[in-house]
Design a protein around this ligand. Structure first.
Ligand code: HEM
Length: 487
Protein backbone atom coordinates (compact mmCIF):
# COMPACT_ATOMS: atom_id res chain seq x y z
CA UNK A 1 0.00 0.00 0.00
CA UNK A 2 1.36 3.46 -0.87
CA UNK A 3 1.75 6.07 1.87
CA UNK A 4 -0.89 8.72 2.40
CA UNK A 5 0.35 12.13 1.18
CA UNK A 6 0.29 14.83 3.87
CA UNK A 7 1.25 18.45 4.53
CA UNK A 8 4.39 19.02 6.62
CA UNK A 9 2.04 19.19 9.61
CA UNK A 10 0.75 15.70 8.81
CA UNK A 11 -2.72 16.56 7.50
CA UNK A 12 -3.90 14.41 4.56
CA UNK A 13 -3.85 16.01 1.10
CA UNK A 14 -6.87 15.47 -1.14
CA UNK A 15 -5.58 16.97 -4.42
CA UNK A 16 -1.95 17.49 -5.45
CA UNK A 17 -2.85 18.32 -9.09
CA UNK A 18 -5.15 21.36 -9.02
CA UNK A 19 -4.81 24.63 -7.11
CA UNK A 20 -7.78 25.98 -5.16
CA UNK A 21 -9.38 28.72 -7.31
CA UNK A 22 -12.43 30.98 -7.21
CA UNK A 23 -14.36 29.45 -10.11
CA UNK A 24 -12.94 27.27 -12.88
CA UNK A 25 -11.10 30.17 -14.55
CA UNK A 26 -10.70 32.19 -11.41
CA UNK A 27 -7.62 33.30 -9.42
CA UNK A 28 -5.98 31.20 -6.73
CA UNK A 29 -7.33 31.55 -3.20
CA UNK A 30 -4.88 32.58 -0.52
CA UNK A 31 -6.15 29.80 1.68
CA UNK A 32 -4.57 27.22 -0.63
CA UNK A 33 -2.09 26.41 2.08
CA UNK A 34 -0.90 23.34 0.21
CA UNK A 35 0.24 25.46 -2.77
CA UNK A 36 1.84 28.07 -0.49
CA UNK A 37 3.77 25.40 1.41
CA UNK A 38 4.98 23.77 -1.81
CA UNK A 39 6.26 27.05 -3.31
CA UNK A 40 7.78 28.17 -0.01
CA UNK A 41 9.70 24.93 0.33
CA UNK A 42 11.00 25.20 -3.19
CA UNK A 43 12.33 28.67 -2.39
CA UNK A 44 14.37 27.19 0.44
CA UNK A 45 15.82 24.13 -1.29
CA UNK A 46 19.30 25.66 -1.68
CA UNK A 47 21.73 26.46 1.10
CA UNK A 48 24.95 28.44 0.63
CA UNK A 49 27.56 26.34 -1.12
CA UNK A 50 30.89 25.81 0.62
CA UNK A 51 33.10 28.89 0.13
CA UNK A 52 35.77 26.49 -1.14
CA UNK A 53 35.50 22.79 -2.08
CA UNK A 54 31.90 23.34 -3.27
CA UNK A 55 31.86 20.50 -5.83
CA UNK A 56 32.06 17.16 -4.11
CA UNK A 57 31.40 13.43 -4.08
CA UNK A 58 31.19 11.13 -1.09
CA UNK A 59 30.28 7.78 0.41
CA UNK A 60 30.13 5.84 3.66
CA UNK A 61 32.58 3.17 4.70
CA UNK A 62 34.76 1.64 7.37
CA UNK A 63 38.28 1.88 8.73
CA UNK A 64 39.68 -1.50 9.82
CA UNK A 65 42.73 -1.51 12.06
CA UNK A 66 45.37 -3.97 10.86
CA UNK A 67 48.41 -2.99 12.95
CA UNK A 68 49.02 -2.12 16.59
CA UNK A 69 50.07 1.51 17.14
CA UNK A 70 48.98 1.75 20.79
CA UNK A 71 52.58 2.56 21.74
CA UNK A 72 51.98 5.98 20.12
CA UNK A 73 48.33 6.70 20.82
CA UNK A 74 45.58 5.80 23.25
CA UNK A 75 42.89 6.84 20.73
CA UNK A 76 40.10 4.29 20.96
CA UNK A 77 39.99 4.10 17.13
CA UNK A 78 43.30 2.24 17.23
CA UNK A 79 42.67 0.23 20.41
CA UNK A 80 42.75 -3.29 18.89
CA UNK A 81 43.84 -4.90 15.68
CA UNK A 82 40.67 -5.94 13.87
CA UNK A 83 38.61 -3.01 15.17
CA UNK A 84 36.20 -1.56 12.55
CA UNK A 85 35.06 2.06 12.73
CA UNK A 86 32.14 3.48 10.74
CA UNK A 87 33.16 6.52 8.71
CA UNK A 88 32.19 8.69 5.81
CA UNK A 89 34.22 10.53 3.18
CA UNK A 90 33.71 13.56 0.99
CA UNK A 91 36.08 14.38 -1.87
CA UNK A 92 36.03 17.67 -3.74
CA UNK A 93 37.73 20.11 -6.06
CA UNK A 94 38.77 23.40 -4.44
CA UNK A 95 37.91 26.24 -6.78
CA UNK A 96 34.88 25.18 -8.81
CA UNK A 97 31.31 25.96 -7.84
CA UNK A 98 28.78 23.19 -7.13
CA UNK A 99 28.07 22.72 -10.85
CA UNK A 100 31.73 22.66 -11.94
CA UNK A 101 33.02 19.87 -14.18
CA UNK A 102 34.77 17.07 -12.32
CA UNK A 103 37.76 16.48 -14.61
CA UNK A 104 39.52 19.75 -13.83
CA UNK A 105 43.13 20.29 -12.81
CA UNK A 106 42.80 21.21 -9.14
CA UNK A 107 43.72 19.93 -5.72
CA UNK A 108 41.21 17.31 -4.51
CA UNK A 109 39.80 17.50 -0.98
CA UNK A 110 39.97 14.26 1.01
CA UNK A 111 37.76 14.78 4.07
CA UNK A 112 37.03 11.93 6.47
CA UNK A 113 34.72 11.63 9.46
CA UNK A 114 35.26 8.68 11.80
CA UNK A 115 32.37 7.92 14.17
CA UNK A 116 34.55 6.66 17.04
CA UNK A 117 33.34 5.51 20.46
CA UNK A 118 34.86 8.66 21.96
CA UNK A 119 33.23 11.11 19.56
CA UNK A 120 33.78 12.12 15.95
CA UNK A 121 37.32 12.38 14.63
CA UNK A 122 37.54 14.41 11.40
CA UNK A 123 40.61 14.40 9.22
CA UNK A 124 40.05 17.13 6.64
CA UNK A 125 42.88 16.68 4.17
CA UNK A 126 43.74 16.87 0.50
CA UNK A 127 45.25 14.56 -2.13
CA UNK A 128 48.55 16.43 -1.64
CA UNK A 129 50.84 16.29 1.42
CA UNK A 130 51.59 20.05 1.34
CA UNK A 131 49.76 23.33 0.74
CA UNK A 132 50.24 26.66 -1.12
CA UNK A 133 50.72 28.91 1.92
CA UNK A 134 52.12 28.50 5.41
CA UNK A 135 50.44 31.41 7.20
CA UNK A 136 46.64 31.45 7.56
CA UNK A 137 46.58 35.22 7.05
CA UNK A 138 47.33 34.42 3.38
CA UNK A 139 44.58 31.79 2.90
CA UNK A 140 41.74 34.17 1.90
CA UNK A 141 44.12 36.03 -0.48
CA UNK A 142 45.14 32.76 -2.07
CA UNK A 143 41.53 31.64 -2.48
CA UNK A 144 40.58 34.98 -4.08
CA UNK A 145 43.12 34.22 -6.83
CA UNK A 146 41.45 30.85 -7.49
CA UNK A 147 37.92 32.19 -7.68
CA UNK A 148 36.37 34.58 -10.21
CA UNK A 149 37.69 38.07 -11.03
CA UNK A 150 35.31 40.72 -9.62
CA UNK A 151 34.86 42.49 -12.99
CA UNK A 152 35.19 39.82 -15.67
CA UNK A 153 33.59 37.11 -13.50
CA UNK A 154 36.15 34.77 -15.08
CA UNK A 155 38.95 32.85 -13.43
CA UNK A 156 42.19 34.79 -13.78
CA UNK A 157 45.54 33.12 -14.60
CA UNK A 158 47.14 36.53 -14.03
CA UNK A 159 45.90 36.64 -10.43
CA UNK A 160 47.00 33.04 -9.82
CA UNK A 161 50.54 33.51 -11.14
CA UNK A 162 50.90 36.96 -9.62
CA UNK A 163 50.15 35.49 -6.19
CA UNK A 164 52.23 32.32 -6.67
CA UNK A 165 55.21 34.22 -8.08
CA UNK A 166 55.09 36.54 -5.05
CA UNK A 167 54.74 33.54 -2.71
CA UNK A 168 57.67 31.17 -3.26
CA UNK A 169 56.40 28.93 -0.44
CA UNK A 170 53.70 27.82 -2.92
CA UNK A 171 56.24 26.20 -5.29
CA UNK A 172 56.05 22.71 -3.77
CA UNK A 173 52.26 22.53 -4.14
CA UNK A 174 52.34 24.26 -7.56
CA UNK A 175 54.77 21.57 -8.75
CA UNK A 176 52.38 18.82 -7.61
CA UNK A 177 49.33 20.59 -9.06
CA UNK A 178 50.86 20.86 -12.56
CA UNK A 179 52.41 17.37 -12.47
CA UNK A 180 50.47 14.26 -13.49
CA UNK A 181 49.02 13.99 -9.97
CA UNK A 182 47.27 17.35 -10.38
CA UNK A 183 44.51 15.83 -12.52
CA UNK A 184 43.44 12.43 -11.12
CA UNK A 185 41.03 10.42 -13.28
CA UNK A 186 38.87 9.68 -10.27
CA UNK A 187 39.13 9.98 -6.51
CA UNK A 188 39.55 6.19 -6.31
CA UNK A 189 42.89 6.56 -8.04
CA UNK A 190 44.59 9.09 -5.80
CA UNK A 191 46.15 9.22 -2.34
CA UNK A 192 44.83 11.24 0.58
CA UNK A 193 46.89 13.11 3.15
CA UNK A 194 46.08 14.67 6.51
CA UNK A 195 48.80 17.11 5.35
CA UNK A 196 49.25 18.91 8.69
CA UNK A 197 51.29 17.60 11.54
CA UNK A 198 48.96 16.39 14.32
CA UNK A 199 49.88 14.78 17.62
CA UNK A 200 49.42 11.36 19.15
CA UNK A 201 49.28 10.92 22.92
CA UNK A 202 49.76 7.45 24.40
CA UNK A 203 48.45 5.94 27.63
CA UNK A 204 51.67 6.98 29.44
CA UNK A 205 51.01 10.62 28.50
CA UNK A 206 53.84 10.80 25.93
CA UNK A 207 53.36 13.01 22.88
CA UNK A 208 54.45 12.19 19.31
CA UNK A 209 54.02 14.28 16.18
CA UNK A 210 52.18 12.45 13.41
CA UNK A 211 51.29 12.74 9.74
CA UNK A 212 48.48 10.66 8.19
CA UNK A 213 48.62 9.16 4.70
CA UNK A 214 45.99 7.18 2.78
CA UNK A 215 47.59 5.28 -0.11
CA UNK A 216 45.25 4.23 -2.91
CA UNK A 217 45.01 0.47 -3.47
CA UNK A 218 43.44 1.09 -6.90
CA UNK A 219 46.73 2.50 -8.27
CA UNK A 220 47.26 6.05 -9.51
CA UNK A 221 45.52 7.15 -12.72
CA UNK A 222 45.63 10.63 -14.23
CA UNK A 223 44.34 12.50 -17.23
CA UNK A 224 46.49 14.68 -19.45
CA UNK A 225 44.99 18.12 -20.15
CA UNK A 226 43.92 16.89 -23.60
CA UNK A 227 42.23 13.77 -22.25
CA UNK A 228 40.45 15.79 -19.56
CA UNK A 229 39.06 18.21 -22.18
CA UNK A 230 37.62 15.24 -24.03
CA UNK A 231 36.14 13.81 -20.80
CA UNK A 232 34.52 17.13 -19.87
CA UNK A 233 33.06 17.33 -23.39
CA UNK A 234 31.44 13.96 -22.77
CA UNK A 235 30.40 14.34 -19.14
CA UNK A 236 30.84 16.96 -16.45
CA UNK A 237 30.19 14.36 -13.73
CA UNK A 238 32.98 11.85 -14.41
CA UNK A 239 33.99 11.49 -10.74
CA UNK A 240 30.44 11.16 -9.41
CA UNK A 241 29.71 8.54 -12.07
CA UNK A 242 32.90 6.66 -11.26
CA UNK A 243 32.65 6.64 -7.46
CA UNK A 244 28.90 6.06 -7.24
CA UNK A 245 29.03 3.42 -9.99
CA UNK A 246 31.95 1.51 -8.49
CA UNK A 247 30.26 1.28 -5.09
CA UNK A 248 26.92 0.24 -6.64
CA UNK A 249 28.77 -2.56 -8.49
CA UNK A 250 30.38 -3.72 -5.25
CA UNK A 251 33.86 -2.57 -6.31
CA UNK A 252 34.67 -0.90 -3.02
CA UNK A 253 37.63 1.50 -3.20
CA UNK A 254 40.28 1.02 -0.53
CA UNK A 255 43.23 2.94 0.84
CA UNK A 256 46.04 1.84 3.17
CA UNK A 257 46.29 4.15 6.20
CA UNK A 258 49.87 4.85 7.18
CA UNK A 259 51.35 7.24 9.72
CA UNK A 260 54.73 8.91 10.03
CA UNK A 261 55.59 9.34 13.70
CA UNK A 262 58.14 11.77 15.16
CA UNK A 263 59.10 11.76 18.87
CA UNK A 264 58.10 15.09 20.44
CA UNK A 265 61.61 16.43 20.95
CA UNK A 266 62.84 15.58 17.41
CA UNK A 267 60.91 18.67 16.28
CA UNK A 268 63.76 20.78 17.59
CA UNK A 269 66.35 18.90 15.51
CA UNK A 270 65.04 18.62 11.93
CA UNK A 271 66.54 21.00 9.30
CA UNK A 272 62.99 21.94 8.28
CA UNK A 273 60.19 23.14 10.50
CA UNK A 274 58.06 19.98 10.95
CA UNK A 275 54.98 22.19 11.51
CA UNK A 276 55.39 23.96 8.15
CA UNK A 277 52.57 22.83 5.84
CA UNK A 278 54.68 23.48 2.72
CA UNK A 279 57.09 20.69 3.72
CA UNK A 280 56.99 16.90 3.80
CA UNK A 281 58.85 14.73 6.29
CA UNK A 282 61.39 12.63 4.38
CA UNK A 283 60.32 8.97 4.48
CA UNK A 284 63.94 7.95 5.08
CA UNK A 285 63.84 9.84 8.42
CA UNK A 286 60.29 8.92 9.43
CA UNK A 287 59.23 5.76 7.59
CA UNK A 288 55.50 5.21 7.04
CA UNK A 289 53.97 2.71 9.47
CA UNK A 290 50.95 0.63 8.41
CA UNK A 291 47.81 1.17 10.49
CA UNK A 292 44.70 0.01 8.68
CA UNK A 293 42.49 -0.17 5.62
CA UNK A 294 39.90 2.43 4.69
CA UNK A 295 37.08 1.12 2.52
CA UNK A 296 34.12 2.96 1.00
CA UNK A 297 31.25 0.53 0.66
CA UNK A 298 27.90 2.36 0.85
CA UNK A 299 26.47 5.14 -1.28
CA UNK A 300 24.40 7.85 0.34
CA UNK A 301 20.62 7.38 0.03
CA UNK A 302 20.21 11.13 -0.23
CA UNK A 303 23.04 13.25 -1.63
CA UNK A 304 21.86 16.50 -0.06
CA UNK A 305 21.27 15.09 3.43
CA UNK A 306 24.44 13.04 3.63
CA UNK A 307 27.05 14.68 1.36
CA UNK A 308 26.01 18.33 1.01
CA UNK A 309 25.12 18.64 4.69
CA UNK A 310 28.12 16.79 6.05
CA UNK A 311 30.25 19.16 8.12
CA UNK A 312 33.92 18.34 8.67
CA UNK A 313 36.14 20.24 11.05
CA UNK A 314 39.80 19.87 12.03
CA UNK A 315 38.62 20.85 15.53
CA UNK A 316 36.97 17.42 15.83
CA UNK A 317 39.67 15.41 17.56
CA UNK A 318 39.35 12.63 20.15
CA UNK A 319 41.42 11.63 23.19
CA UNK A 320 44.82 10.34 21.98
CA UNK A 321 44.85 12.59 18.88
CA UNK A 322 45.72 16.26 19.22
CA UNK A 323 46.81 19.37 17.34
CA UNK A 324 50.27 20.76 16.66
CA UNK A 325 51.67 24.29 16.55
CA UNK A 326 51.15 24.42 12.73
CA UNK A 327 49.79 27.97 12.20
CA UNK A 328 47.54 26.85 9.34
CA UNK A 329 46.00 24.09 11.42
CA UNK A 330 45.41 26.52 14.27
CA UNK A 331 43.34 28.77 11.97
CA UNK A 332 41.42 25.83 10.54
CA UNK A 333 40.45 24.75 14.06
CA UNK A 334 38.41 27.96 14.19
CA UNK A 335 37.31 28.35 10.59
CA UNK A 336 35.32 25.20 9.81
CA UNK A 337 32.82 25.13 12.69
CA UNK A 338 32.28 28.84 12.03
CA UNK A 339 31.54 28.06 8.36
CA UNK A 340 29.08 25.32 9.35
CA UNK A 341 27.14 27.53 11.77
CA UNK A 342 26.65 29.92 8.84
CA UNK A 343 26.10 27.34 6.08
CA UNK A 344 23.98 24.82 8.01
CA UNK A 345 22.87 26.39 11.30
CA UNK A 346 23.83 26.49 14.97
CA UNK A 347 23.09 22.87 15.90
CA UNK A 348 24.44 21.38 12.63
CA UNK A 349 25.95 18.50 14.58
CA UNK A 350 22.45 17.24 15.36
CA UNK A 351 21.95 16.35 11.67
CA UNK A 352 22.14 12.56 11.32
CA UNK A 353 25.28 12.56 9.13
CA UNK A 354 27.14 14.80 11.58
CA UNK A 355 25.79 13.34 14.82
CA UNK A 356 28.30 11.30 16.80
CA UNK A 357 27.33 7.68 17.46
CA UNK A 358 27.87 8.24 21.20
CA UNK A 359 25.65 10.14 23.65
CA UNK A 360 26.22 13.92 23.61
CA UNK A 361 25.93 15.90 26.87
CA UNK A 362 26.69 19.60 27.09
CA UNK A 363 25.13 22.84 28.24
CA UNK A 364 24.59 24.54 24.87
CA UNK A 365 20.99 25.62 24.80
CA UNK A 366 18.71 26.97 22.09
CA UNK A 367 19.05 28.03 18.47
CA UNK A 368 18.34 26.76 14.96
CA UNK A 369 17.85 22.99 14.71
CA UNK A 370 17.43 22.46 18.47
CA UNK A 371 15.24 19.42 17.82
CA UNK A 372 17.13 16.94 19.98
CA UNK A 373 15.84 16.23 23.48
CA UNK A 374 17.38 17.74 26.61
CA UNK A 375 19.48 15.55 28.92
CA UNK A 376 17.91 13.11 31.36
CA UNK A 377 17.38 15.82 33.97
CA UNK A 378 15.68 19.00 32.68
CA UNK A 379 16.82 20.97 35.76
CA UNK A 380 20.50 20.47 34.85
CA UNK A 381 20.73 23.16 32.15
CA UNK A 382 23.67 25.09 33.64
CA UNK A 383 26.88 24.06 35.36
CA UNK A 384 27.81 23.62 38.18
CA UNK A 385 24.44 22.27 39.31
CA UNK A 386 23.04 20.09 42.08
CA UNK A 387 20.91 17.94 39.78
CA UNK A 388 23.37 15.36 38.47
CA UNK A 389 24.22 17.12 35.18
CA UNK A 390 27.14 15.91 33.03
CA UNK A 391 30.64 16.53 34.41
CA UNK A 392 34.14 17.04 33.02
CA UNK A 393 36.70 14.25 33.56
CA UNK A 394 40.33 15.05 34.25
CA UNK A 395 41.48 11.76 32.74
CA UNK A 396 41.05 13.32 29.27
CA UNK A 397 43.47 16.18 29.95
CA UNK A 398 46.38 16.36 27.47
CA UNK A 399 49.94 16.49 28.81
CA UNK A 400 51.25 20.07 28.86
CA UNK A 401 52.97 21.27 25.69
CA UNK A 402 56.07 23.39 26.21
CA UNK A 403 55.89 26.59 24.15
CA UNK A 404 58.20 29.57 24.26
CA UNK A 405 58.97 32.81 22.43
CA UNK A 406 57.99 36.45 22.24
CA UNK A 407 54.59 37.37 20.84
CA UNK A 408 55.34 38.97 17.49
CA UNK A 409 54.45 38.79 13.80
CA UNK A 410 57.35 36.68 12.51
CA UNK A 411 58.36 36.90 8.84
CA UNK A 412 57.02 33.64 7.41
CA UNK A 413 59.78 33.66 4.75
CA UNK A 414 62.76 33.93 7.08
CA UNK A 415 64.77 30.75 7.65
CA UNK A 416 62.53 28.71 5.33
CA UNK A 417 63.96 27.00 2.27
CA UNK A 418 61.23 27.05 -0.39
CA UNK A 419 63.27 25.37 -3.12
CA UNK A 420 64.93 22.18 -1.80
CA UNK A 421 61.84 19.97 -1.55
CA UNK A 422 60.18 21.14 -4.82
CA UNK A 423 63.55 20.52 -6.52
CA UNK A 424 63.81 17.04 -4.95
CA UNK A 425 60.31 16.23 -6.19
CA UNK A 426 61.11 17.52 -9.68
CA UNK A 427 64.27 15.38 -9.84
CA UNK A 428 62.16 12.27 -9.09
CA UNK A 429 60.11 12.76 -12.28
CA UNK A 430 60.92 10.77 -15.45
CA UNK A 431 61.82 12.78 -18.59
CA UNK A 432 58.25 12.27 -19.88
CA UNK A 433 56.73 13.45 -16.58
CA UNK A 434 58.97 16.54 -16.68
CA UNK A 435 57.88 17.32 -20.24
CA UNK A 436 54.21 17.10 -19.23
CA UNK A 437 54.90 19.32 -16.20
CA UNK A 438 56.53 21.96 -18.42
CA UNK A 439 53.65 21.77 -20.89
CA UNK A 440 50.95 22.02 -18.20
CA UNK A 441 52.66 25.04 -16.64
CA UNK A 442 53.16 26.79 -19.98
CA UNK A 443 49.50 26.20 -20.89
CA UNK A 444 48.35 27.63 -17.56
CA UNK A 445 50.51 30.74 -18.02
CA UNK A 446 49.06 31.78 -21.38
CA UNK A 447 48.11 35.46 -21.37
CA UNK A 448 49.89 36.22 -18.10
CA UNK A 449 51.96 39.46 -18.18
CA UNK A 450 55.63 38.75 -18.97
CA UNK A 451 57.01 40.29 -15.76
CA UNK A 452 54.91 37.85 -13.71
CA UNK A 453 55.98 34.92 -15.89
CA UNK A 454 59.65 35.90 -15.51
CA UNK A 455 59.29 36.18 -11.74
CA UNK A 456 57.84 32.65 -11.60
CA UNK A 457 60.50 31.19 -13.92
CA UNK A 458 63.12 32.29 -11.39
CA UNK A 459 61.41 30.13 -8.74
CA UNK A 460 61.38 27.11 -11.04
CA UNK A 461 65.06 27.74 -11.81
CA UNK A 462 65.98 27.99 -8.13
CA UNK A 463 64.33 24.62 -7.46
CA UNK A 464 66.30 23.13 -10.35
CA UNK A 465 67.83 24.93 -13.38
CA UNK A 466 66.37 22.25 -15.69
CA UNK A 467 62.91 23.07 -14.28
CA UNK A 468 63.26 26.79 -15.13
CA UNK A 469 64.73 26.12 -18.56
CA UNK A 470 62.07 23.54 -19.40
CA UNK A 471 59.12 25.84 -18.69
CA UNK A 472 60.82 28.79 -20.45
CA UNK A 473 61.41 26.62 -23.51
CA UNK A 474 57.73 25.58 -23.64
CA UNK A 475 56.76 29.24 -23.39
CA UNK A 476 59.12 30.09 -26.29
CA UNK A 477 61.18 32.37 -24.03
CA UNK A 478 64.95 32.88 -23.98
CA UNK A 479 66.72 31.14 -21.10
CA UNK A 480 70.00 33.11 -21.01
CA UNK A 481 68.96 35.66 -18.39
CA UNK A 482 67.45 33.12 -16.00
CA UNK A 483 70.59 32.21 -14.05
CA UNK A 484 71.46 35.87 -13.44
CA UNK A 485 67.88 36.71 -12.43
CA UNK A 486 67.92 33.83 -9.94
CA UNK A 487 71.10 35.11 -8.19
C1 HEM B 1 36.67 23.34 3.08
C2 HEM B 1 38.78 27.07 5.33
C3 HEM B 1 43.14 25.13 4.47
C4 HEM B 1 40.96 21.06 3.07
C5 HEM B 1 36.88 24.55 3.71
C6 HEM B 1 35.83 25.46 4.10
C7 HEM B 1 36.42 26.49 4.74
C8 HEM B 1 37.84 26.25 4.74
C9 HEM B 1 35.74 27.70 5.37
C10 HEM B 1 34.35 25.27 3.82
C11 HEM B 1 33.74 24.47 4.94
C12 HEM B 1 32.27 24.22 4.74
O1 HEM B 1 31.52 25.15 4.44
O2 HEM B 1 31.84 23.03 4.92
C13 HEM B 1 40.15 26.86 5.31
C14 HEM B 1 41.13 27.74 5.91
C15 HEM B 1 42.37 27.21 5.65
C16 HEM B 1 42.14 25.98 4.89
C17 HEM B 1 40.82 29.02 6.68
C18 HEM B 1 43.74 27.68 6.01
C19 HEM B 1 44.01 28.58 6.93
C20 HEM B 1 42.93 23.84 4.07
C21 HEM B 1 43.96 22.83 3.98
C22 HEM B 1 43.34 21.67 3.60
C23 HEM B 1 41.92 21.97 3.44
C24 HEM B 1 45.43 23.04 4.30
C25 HEM B 1 43.90 20.30 3.38
C26 HEM B 1 45.01 19.88 3.94
C27 HEM B 1 39.62 21.35 2.94
C28 HEM B 1 38.64 20.38 2.49
C29 HEM B 1 37.41 21.04 2.49
C30 HEM B 1 37.65 22.39 2.93
C31 HEM B 1 38.90 18.93 2.10
C32 HEM B 1 36.07 20.43 2.09
C33 HEM B 1 35.49 19.65 3.23
C34 HEM B 1 34.20 18.99 2.81
O3 HEM B 1 34.26 18.08 1.95
O4 HEM B 1 33.15 19.38 3.31
N1 HEM B 1 38.09 25.06 4.09
N2 HEM B 1 40.79 25.81 4.71
N3 HEM B 1 41.72 23.28 3.72
N4 HEM B 1 38.99 22.53 3.19
FE1 HEM B 1 39.89 24.15 3.95
Amino acid sequence: MTDKMTTTAGAPISDNQNSLTAGERGPVLMQDWQLVEKLAHQNRERIPERVVHAKGWGAHGTLTITHDITQYTKASVFAQVGKKIEMMARFSTVAGETGAADAERDVRGFALKFYTDEGNWDLVGNNTPVFFVRDPLKFPDFIHTQKRHPKTNLRSPTAMWDFWSLSPESLHQVTILFSDRGLPQTVRHMNGYGSHTYSFINAAGERFWVKFHFKTLQGHKHWTNGEAAEVVGRTRESTQEDLFGAIERGEFPRWRLQVQVMPELDAEKTWYNPFDLTKVWPHADYPPIDVGILELNRNADNYFAEIEQVAFSPSNIVPGIGFSPDKMLQARIFSYADAHRYRLGTHYEALPVNAPKVPVHNYHKDGAMRFFPPGTNPDAYYEPNSFGGPKQDDKFREPPLKLSGDADRYDRRKGNDDYQQPGDLFRLFTPEQKERLFGNLAAAMQGVPIEIVNRQLVHFYRADPEYGFGVARKLGLATEGLAAAAE
